[in-house]
Design a protein around this ligand. Structure first.
Ligand code: C2E
Ligand code: MG
Ligand code: MG
Ligand code: MG
Length: 282
């Protein structure tokens, strides 16, 4: 390799890294204005009862309609929102928007026990008034606590066990359902499952993906389902993409699932079409 070649490959590398940095800086700057510019929106992914195929809930998933970059996914901007603290106002907006949406859906007959799930970042639990914020939003939207489920990940638990336990317990006492998201990917010990007031475990997509190809993945999923059931927890499989994954999960009597096999995340109006339609009269 000549010096010149090496130089040009460095230059290439530099410009790659540069482009990435620029995008990142750009997102960081623009995210600060995304809320007031009304560029954030929620999609909803159906949650299905595996035995019957019935719709039993939906998960709110944040999207950013960027004016020039198009639709930006959470993986790209949630970490920025967490680092900058923007996740606090954004997280509150998500909760309020989701609850308003639920209220609107409730003006027509919903499937019985329909729940709306909202993801919370660990960072949101550092707000001392998170519990009050949730309470306030439920009151202001007149949504019943039992119709709301909050999803948290194991990283939250690692943060500050004492404070977190207290906040989760308070939320739970209000009647809000709690789910442990991405289960199996974190470091938390099984002991935490008893210590925290979770209602539901969500098995991470990475295990579900492999159940039909890997006997290890199949064994892990089976063990998680058994564990959840023996602790009296509900169980949801994330990321079901194929009929054979579904068949396996049904054979384990896994309660519920989400995934592209049923539906991708979609706008609120598309979810409403999945509700029992009023029969026309006359
Ligand atoms: P999550 O809470 O585990 O959400 C499930 C993710 O898996 C979603 O990605 C969903 O679109 C995707 N997914 C669902 N079914 C399938 C499938 O069959 N195949 C594949 N390949 N993917 C599937 P999304 O919407 O990109 O969200 C990614 C993550 O961003 C979420 O993971 C959650 O941790 C975070 N997130 C999303 N919205 C919010 C929010 O409002 N607040 C916070 N704090 N985090 C959020
Ligand atoms: Mg989730
Ligand atoms: Mg998940
Ligand atoms: Mg996830």
């Amino acid at each position: 390799q000549t010096t010149e070649e090496r130089y040009s490959s460095y230059r290439f590398y530099d410009s790659e890294v540069n482009a990435q940095l620029q995008t990142r800086l750009r997102l960081e700057t623009d995210l600060g204005m995304a809320l007031e510019r009304q560029e954030l929106l929620l999609y909803y992914q159906p949650r299905i009862q595996l035995e019957t195929g019935q719709l039993v809930g939906a998960e709110a998933l944040l999207r950013w309609q960027h004016p020039t970059l198009g639709m930006v996914l959470p993986a790209e901007f949630i970490p920025i929102a967490e680092e900058t603290g923007l996740i606090l106002p954004i997280g509150e907006w998500v909760l309020r928007t989701a609850c308003n949406q639920l209220k609107q859906w409730q003006s027509q007959p919903l499937p019985e026990g329909f729940k709306l799930s909202v993801n919370l970042s660990a960072r949101q639990f550092q707000q001392p008034d998170l519990v009050e914020v949730v309470q306030q939003i439920l009151a202001e939207t007149a949504v019943k606590a039992a119709a709301l489920e909050l999803e948290v990940t194991e990283s939250l638990i690692m943060a500050d066990v004492k404070v977190t336990t207290e906040m989760l317990s308070q939320l739970h006492q209000q009647g809000v359902a709690l789910a442990l998201d991405d289960f199996g990917t974190g470091y938390s010990s099984l002991g935490y499952l008893r210590q925290f007031p979770f209602d539901t475990l969500k098995i991470d997509r990475s295990f579900v993906q492999d159940v039909t190809e890997s006997s290890e993945a199949a064994a892990v999923v089976k063990a998680i389902v058994t564990l959840a059931k023996s602790l009296g927890l509900g169980i949801v499989a994330e990321g079901i993409e194929t009929r054979s994954q579904l068949t396996y999960l049904q054979s384990l009597q896994c309660d519920e699932g989400q995934g592209y096999h049923f539906a991708r995340p979609e706008p609120a109006a598309a979810i409403a079409l999945r509700f029992p339609q009023p029969t026309s009269v006359g």
